[in-house]
Design a binder for this molecule. Sequence first.
Ligand code: SF4
Length: 245
Amino acid sequence: MELYNSIIDKINGYLGSTTPKRYAYDPHKTWEDVGGNQLVMMKESAYELGGDNKPAVNYACVTSGDYADKDEILVYGKDLNQISGSTPFARIAIVKVKDLEGEGQEDTEPLFRAIQDIDFVKYHVYPKGYMIRSSSDSFREQVRVSKEAVRKGITFEQVGNSYIAQYKKNPDIVAVKMIFVTADDADYAGMRADAKKTRDITLTLSKILEGMSTDCHTCSLREICDEVEGLKELHFGKEKKEFKG
Ligand code: SF4
């Protein structure tokens, strides 16, 4: 599963000059989860990550390469208990999966289903006092943090543990690196561009699964297929398999 590797390769270049804080995954240090959508009213809000039209980027890259060898949380910039006003924000997940294209797995479908399941996680984490507003069109993930959560000492370590705990319910997932960024000198525009590319790759996989024609000259997805190594091979491999029956 190497379609997203060229995107993962660029992440370190976006994170700014601060030295990250690193935390090993600890399932006993998750933040309380409310189990469903919650409303943090403006008057209860301490601040917003991505508020006042500041950047707020989110994407997840799936790989079977050596980009995430253990479960960990990295924080670049101020932590949740140090922020006092609207701040730029990014959350990136690097998710290592078993090699779903390995022996006996020529079919594209299990791979795509795994990617969808992984994407699903972001809609199933509800840390108390951490109201997430996602928009898949603009790749934004804006978060309103409540005064109560700040008073109780909420941190990215705890929120990151909550995300990783949710990911680890999926037996195909080997390890997760969860990166939170609030640093002023991070390249949020670069991250946003790669969030879009990640979405485009997943959409292309979905189209390939629908059984579209294999004429690259007339295909509207040619730009992304020319850029991302492995997509064309995946499409033609699938066609060959179907042709053989
Ligand atoms: S391999 Fe060619 S036909 Fe298939 S999705 Fe990519 S550009 Fe389109």
